[in-house]
Structure formats: C-alpha cells, structure tokens
Design a protein around this ligand. Structure first.
Ligand SMILES: Nc1ncnc2c1ncn2[C@@H]1O[C@H](COP(=O)(O)OP(=O)(O)OP(=O)(O)O)[C@@H](O)[C@H]1O
Ligand SMILES: [Mg+2]
Ligand SMILES: [Zn+2]
Length: 555
C-alpha cells in the first residue's frame, strides 16, 4: 500500500510543534478523507490542494486518498499545511520519490493555480522545526528571509508547486536558490537596497527569484531594521532634543527607560505628553538576539513584519487608538491562526495608551494579566492560546474630559465629580502597577524659543540608560530578572535592603499615610534605578527621596 510521510509545523500562539503528514492512496471509492483534529480552514485545504495539483498538471489520484495529520490532539489551524499535504499526496501517488520528502519540512499555502503563497508564522514554525531536529525547510519564497533567521537551517524558497516537484524529482537541491542561515547576513544593508527590495515586494516578486541568487544570499537581502521598528540609515526619527523644557517629563522618561518602569503622565492638551512617550523607544537599548527573534516571531504570526526585513532589532512601540477593541488589544480572531493583540506586539517594547481614560474599561482591565505575568491568554473553543506580552506601559491623560483644566483664558466647565469620574477610570488595579507618575505642564515661552542645540539628545540619554541597565544586570545576575521593575517584593526586602538613613523619607511617608505597602516596593525599585543612573552602589537618602517624588507624582 503506497503511504508517503512528510512534515509540517502546527502553531499554537507562537509555539510550534512538528506535525507528521501522512497520505495513503489505496483502493476503494474515489474520495479524499482527512484524519486529525481539523478546523474549517484545513477542510478548505482539501479544495485548494486538489485544484493546485490539477492546475500544476499533476493528476489527482483516482482512488481513495486518506490524509492524516499527527498528533491528532494538536489543534491545527490555518493554511500552513497545504504544501505538506500536497507533497504527501504526490508522494503516495508515486509522483515524487517518497524518500526525498520524508526529512524536509514543508510550510506554505497553495493558490488554486499552484502558486505557493506566503503565510503568517513562518519564523516560529521554522524555529520549532529546527528545534525538532529538522535540517531543511521548504517555505514560500516571500517568507524565505524570515525562515533564514533560524541558525543551522537550510531554507528552500519555492514560488510554485511545479517548481518544487521538479526539484523533488531531480533531487537537485541546488536547482532552487537556497537561502543561507542568518549568521552570514549583514545587519546593515543600505537604503538603496531597501528600495530595491520594496520595489520587488510591490511587484509581487522576491529578489531571490530574479535569477541571480543561488546557493546563498545577496547582501541586499539581509534584514535591516527600518520604520518605527529600527534605526538603520532611514530619515531621522523622533529625538528627545525635539522636546523643549519638561525637565520632570524627561527625567521620568530616563528613569523608566533605565529601570523598565511603567509611566503615567498627566497634563493639559498640547503639553507634549505624546511627544515624550514617542521618544521613549529611542532611549532603550536594541533587542538582544534572543529577544529580537522572540519579538519577530510574534510579529510573524500577526503578519506585521516589514516585507523582506524580518528581524526586528529595536524595541517595538505600539500606540493603539482609544477606540481599539478587546480583540485588537488582547488578541483574538476566529478560525485560522489566533492573532496576537497590541499587548503582544508591544512585547519587549512600549505600549502607549494616549488619552488613556478614553479606553473602554474592559480594555484597561484586560491589561492587568499581562502586567502581572508578562503573558496574555486568549480563550478559544479549541483551547486557550498564550502569547508573550511583557511591555513597558505608558499612560497619558488630560486632567479632565474637556482638557482645559488649569489652562489660562479657557475655563474648564467640567464638574468636580465629572473630573473625578474621568480619572477614576484609570484608578485602582491599573495605576497600582505604575511606578512613575508625572504632571506635565505646558513648556514656557522661553523654553519653546530657546536654541535646541543645547537640549540633550536621545543618544546622550540612551548611553546613560545603557550604563544603568548594565549595572542593574550585573547586580541581578543569577536571578530571573533583567530590570529593577521586575524584582520581586521579597527580594527587595531580603537581598536588597537599604540603610536606615536611606529609608528615612519612606518611613515618614508610611507614618503619615502618603505611602502604602505596595507603593513602598515601587519606590524602592525606582530608588535602585536612580542609583544605577547616578553610578551609586546602592540608593541613599537622595535617591529614595527622588524616587518618592516620582512615585507620588500626580497625587
Ligand atoms: N515641550 C515641547 N517642546 C516642543 N514642542 C512642543 C512641546 N509641547 C508641545 N509641543 C508642540 O505641541 C504639539 C502637541 O504636543 P503633544 O501632542 O505631545 O501634546 P499632548 O500633551 O499629547 O496633547 P494632547 O493632550 O492634546 O494629546 C507637538 O507636536 C509640538 O509641536
Ligand atoms: Mg497627546
Ligand atoms: Zn474640563
């Protein structure tokens, strides 16, 4: 009985698992049967695979075709299995040699005409395949750069099913361009090459398929960070030197960047809250290799990776609109792959809620789980999906619904109760998790008109942040934490105790009731960050006092 076996990867969130795809072509009434837990998308695969085969001039077996996806318990979503199913059926029918399809993993969706279409989630799928010991992965040409980020994996990009079958029949791997592994990729291709790539992408081609790419990758195909995700040589982005005045706002931003603290800014419209928040990512260090892959994998599943530039090396900055739905913020979607929400797209970066009190209360409440655990779980009929979601939260708010409170010449008409209700939307569990709170006033005329050549740039502040983070990392070596904001309460009081003199301002705060028990821990964490920024081995009274002021902020 001709049975052929190959592999694909099933994704749950950003976790991939190798799936064995088996096809059996045997006697019986002609028809196609699928075994395994399948959602609608995969039933549709039956139609797509059949049409793709026929339109690529391969006969669909006139027999009983059984396709089994194993393990059956793994929920299999999306069109990622199309290519593996087609290849297994062709193997069982004797159209391609079964032994050549056994080892590689095939990922990709098929168009009805036999084209191999790009899919979401290639990076986490390729990572999972490599982890399971797979050495060769066949992917849609447009996803090849993404798969090539995985070390020690031979990536074979294909554009059509016919091309792939030709390769499998001849057994000549080098008939198709093989993408080298990420180690050989340069991180710094220029803008001209970026344009070249964009042009290809717009024409729906892939540079690897323009003929002169063979057995390796051209320098210009190397991933290069760009746009909001990376620096590169693109046009200069936002810089802290654009912000006039705002010494408290700038200080708060620096402390948050250094310690990974959450931030709340309260101030009238036009005072520069949005400006400041947008500049926080410019103060953060680039992602390390592990985080870059982790963040890129999430964006791969979401389908938000910039075309051809698959490795996100800068901390992401996500700023959802206040009308954003729960599904958009937390993640969701039916059928196919569950899409990560904004909280996961902000993983290892910044989640900025501008006009925070305008967000739906359910959305604000949904931030509690990720703030607590660094993950978000989306419940689905087929099972729960968990995505990473460890971000720095930045909230901005006007002092009242009309935003005019405290402004000269335009009296605010909001009632005291209306104002309270407005800010109360943020209170409680969410603000409990915010370390640094600042009131932002309007910059003065003198500040706005001063020569900005003398204003500190993002690069200068980012260097101080880098050094402070290094100090913290040295102190926290051997613990599960990377930044001061993550250190547990018990460790703060056990391993990182401060002198009585340093604690004096906090004792007073506890005595008079301005500082709560939870607040105490937050102030201690900020104190350590301020000490790191000022190159002190441990916080003294000056640091705890400054930290208390940053925590009390808008109270
Ligand atoms: N400190 C400042 N330095 C330079 N420009 C500023 C400053 N504050 C405000 N501006 C100018 O005002 C514009 C509005 O600033 P921004 O959007 O950051 O204010 P905001 O506090 O977020 O206001 P809103 O509450 O209306 O959202 C900026 O684009 C900038 O041109
Ligand atoms: Mg704003
Ligand atoms: Zn008002």
């Amino acid at each position: 009985m001709p049975v052929a076996r190959t592999h694909c990867v099933g994704l749950v969130g950003v976790t991939g698992r190798l799936v064995e795809v088996e096809a059996d072509v045997g006697p019986g009434i002609a028809g196609t049967h699928f075994i395994g837990l399948l959602d609608t998308a995969i039933s549709e695969a039956r139609g797509r695979v059949r049409s793709a085969l026929i339109n690529s001039r391969f006969a669909w077996p006139d027999a009983r075709v059984t396709v089994s996806l194993f393990p059956a318990t793994l929920p299999k979503r999306g069109s990622i299995f199309d290519l593996a199913i087609a290849i297994a059926v062709l193997g069982a029918a004797g159209a391609v040699p079964a032994q050549r399809i056994a080892a590689p993993t095939f990922l990709g969706e098929l168009g009805l005409d036999g084209r191999v279409r790009p899919i979401r989630g290639v990076l986490p799928a390729a990572l999972a395949a490599a982890e399971a010991g797979v050495r060769t992965v066949v992917v849609p040409a447009l996803n090849a750069a993404e798969a090539a980020l995985v070390p020690d994996l031979t990536v074979v990009p294909v554009a059509t099913l016919a091309e792939l079958v030709g390769w499998l029949r001849s057994g000549d791997l080098h008939r198709l361009p093989v993408v080298a592994d990420a180690a050989s990729l340069s991180q710094d291709a220029g803008q001209a090459q970026h344009d070249d790539h964009t042009e290809h992408a717009e024409r729906g081609e892939h540079p690897e398929h323009t003929g002169h790419c063979r057995n390796g990758r051209r320098a210009e195909d190397a991933p290069r960070p760009f746009g909001p995700y990376g620096g590169g040589r693109a046009a200069p982005g936002p810089d802290l030197c654009d912000v006039a005045g705002q010494p408290m706002g700038r200080k708060a931003l620096e402390v948050c960047a250094a310690g990974g603290h959450n931030l709340w800014m309260l101030g009238p419209p036009g005072s520069g809250k949005t400006m400041l928040a947008e500049r926080l990512p410019t103060l953060l260090p680039p992602l390390d290799q592990e985080s870059a892959l982790e963040v890129s994998a999430i964006h791969s599943v979401a389908g938000t990776l910039p075309p051809g530039r698959p490795l996100l090396t800068r901390p992401p900055f996500m700023a959802p609109h206040h009308s954003a739905t729960m599904a958009a913020v937390v993640g969701g979607g039916s059928g196919g792959l569950v899409r990560p929400g904004t909280v996961s797209l902000a993983h290892r970066g910044v989640l900025f809620l501008d006009e925070a009190p305008e967000f739906a209360t359910t959305v604000l409440d949904s931030l509690r789980q990720p703030l607590e655990s660094g993950t978000v779980t989306i419940a689905r009929a087929v099972g729960a999906v968990t995505f990473p979601a460890r971000f720095m939260l930045v909230l901005a708010a006007n002092p009242c619904p009309c935003g005019l409170q405290g402004t000269v010449g335009h009296p605010c008409k909001c009632t005291p109760a209306g104002r309270r209700r407005y800010l109360d939307r943020l209170s409680g569990p969410l603000l409990d998790r915010v370390d640094v709170k600042v009131k932002i006033g309007r910059a003065t005329r003198a500040e706005l008109l001063a020569d900005r050549h003398f204003v500190e740039t993002s690069a200068t502040v980012a260097e101080r942040v880098r050094l402070a983070r290094e100090r913290a990392a040295r102190r926290l070596a051997g613990t599960p934490w990377r930044t001061n904001a993550e250190v547990s309460s018990s460790a703060l009081h056990r391993d990182f105790r401060l002198s009585d003199a340093a604690m004096a301002p906090l004792h007073r705060g506890l005595d008079v009731g301005t500082l709560s028990a939870r607040g105490l821990d937050r102030v201690l964490r900020i104190s350590w960050t301020i000490a790191d920024l000022t190159c002190k081995d441990r916080p003294g009274q000056a640091e705890t006092s400054a930290a208390l002021a940053l925590w009390l902020g808008v109270d």
